[in-house]
Structures are given as structure tokens and as C-alpha cells.
Design a protein around this ligand. Structure first.
Ligand code: GLN
Length: 251
């Protein structure tokens, strides 16, 4: 059988990749390698031209407000049209924190700067004075067709409060921590195969179910619905995830 190949766009790694976000790329690459899938990672920086139809997966990490300000204009004017078409077409995109905020309508920082987002997610974000920092657990339904609950663990650190509009579908409910805004229990947003949330961590090494959800969506985009993702032995990862949940949510 010929080798399966997936292409991943890593958005603005120089400005947008804090609190271990790069570990998500390492986790995806390793989970592909264990299965004999070749994952090609292409960094996308300010000024780069991208043919989004060539990508199956994308990652957009978090950043300081100042980092977001440096890339927001490029993201909106150079990437958004192609990226949004690819999202409609099934691109699997994971966006964390600062990246999540820029997929919404706008981020009004706590100093009053308005960073426009691409609006593919029906959310907007307003910065507050107190940062929302700590471990976080959300209860997520990853696949609406086979609704089973997955407890995702991560670490959050943001001033932005993200509020959902009527078209935003929540990724999950916050069990521990602040989540999107610290007020209404929302934890992340899903649209097609795009997920935005506040879970740094790194997120994917701690949550193999989510890593494989992204890889399955990427394979579907490239090879159609018959492409299968072989199971891995995740005993160690699931044990780590469970112990974190138990520590944060004692019975
Ligand atoms: N600068 C944004 C905020 O503070 C995003 C932070 C982050 O990506 N961790 O809300």
C-alpha cells in the first residue's frame, strides 16, 4: 500500500505558539509516524502565499496581544479567503487561545486595541484586567453523530473573554477553570472540522482522542471517508489524562 501523506499548515509559529503549543505539532507528527503516515509540516509566516486547497490540517496557536497585533492584518487580508474556503471544504483546523480569538469576529484587547478576526467562528473576544489562569477541564462532545463525552485537560492563560453568538456550537462545558469567558461555562467552539478553545498544555499529547479526531478529519479530506486511522495503544496517555482529571475533580 502506498504511504498516506498529510499536509499541515502551522500558522505564524514565530509569533503564535506559547505555553507549549508547539507540542501539538509534535504530537500530530508522532501519532502519524507510529501509523506510517507521512505528515509534512509547512510554516506559514507574515507575507507567505498559501494554496489552502493543498492542506488537510492546520494549527494556529496562542500569543501575546502584541504578537497577535503583528499578524492579525496579514491573517485577515492574505489568508482568510483561502483558509475559509478550505474550512468549508473540511480542513481540520485547531486554534488555541490567541489563534481562536482571531477566528472570531474581533478581539478588543484590554488596552482598547481592536484586532479584527476572520469571523469563521461566531464569537467575539473582549480583554479584561484580570488574567484567567490555571488548569482547565472541559467535557466535550467531539463527534455529534456518535455523542460520547471526552474530558479534555489543559492549561489556560488569557485576558480575553470570548462570547458565543447564536451560530457558535460549543465544543464543551467547563468542569474546572474559566473557559471561554469565566461566566457562562462555555469551553471552545466547533465549526465543521475547525475547533477553537483556550486549552494550552500542550493540548494534544494530553488528549489523544482530540489528536485522532483531527487526524481522522484530515484523512477524510484527503482520501475520502474510507481512509481508516489505525488505533494506537494510548494506555499511558489516557492514564495521564485520567490522573489529571481526578486530581482536579476529586470525587
Ligand atoms: N493575548 C490573548 C489574551 O491574553 C491570548 C493569550 C494566549 O494565547 N494565551 O487573551
Amino acid at each position: 500500500m502506498s504511504t498516506l501523506v498529510l499536509q499541515l499548515a502551522y500558522l505564524y509559529p514565530d509569533h503564535m505558539s506559547i505555553y507549549g503549543d508547539r507540542g501539538n505539532i509534535i504530537a500530530l507528527a508522532q501519532r502519524c509516524a507510529w501509523r506510517g503516515i507521512q505528515l509534512n509540516v509547512v510554516s506559514v509566516g507574515v507575507g507567505d502565499r498559501v494554496d489552502w486547497s493543498a492542506f488537510d490540517l492546520a494549527f494556529f496557536g496562542g500569543g501575546q496581544d502584541s504578537g497577535q497585533a503583528l499578524i492579525a492584518d496579514d491573517f485577515l487580508h492574505r489568508q482568510s479567503a483561502g483558509l475559509c474556503r478550505a474550512i468549508e471544504d473540511g480542513l481540520a483546523l485547531l486554534a488555541i487561545c490567541g489563534g481562536y480569538q482571531l477566528l472570531g469576529h474581533y478581539f478588543l484587547t484590554h488596552t482598547g486595541e481592536r484586532l479584527p478576526g476572520v469571523g469563521v467562528l461566531d464569537v467575539h473576544t473582549v480583554g479584561g484586567k484580570k488574567r484567567l489562569i490555571g488548569n482547565i477541564v472541559i467535557e466535550a462532545i467531539l463527534d455529534e453523530e456518535q455523542p460520547s463525552v471526552t474530558r479534555l485537560v489543559g492549561f489556560e492563560n488569557h485576558s480575553g473573554r470570548t462570547y458565543h453568538g447564536p451560530r457558535a456550537r460549543s465544543l464543551g462545558r467547563v468542569l474546572v477553570g474559566y473557559g471561554d469567558n469565566g461566566e457562562d461555562g462555555t469551553g471552545g467552539t466547533v465549526y465543521r472540522n475547525t475547533i477553537g478553545c483556550y486549552l494550552h498544555g500542550s493540548l494534544l499529547p494530553k488528549n489523544p482522542q482530540l489528536a485522532d479526531y483531527m487526524l481522522r478529519a484530515a484523512l477524510r479530506r484527503r482520501y475520502g471517508s474510507t481512509a481508516m486511522l489505525p488505533a494506537l495503544d494510548d494506555a499511558l496517555e489516557l492514564h495521564a489524562q485520567r490522573s489529571m482529571v481526578e486530581r482536579l475533580l476529586p470525587r
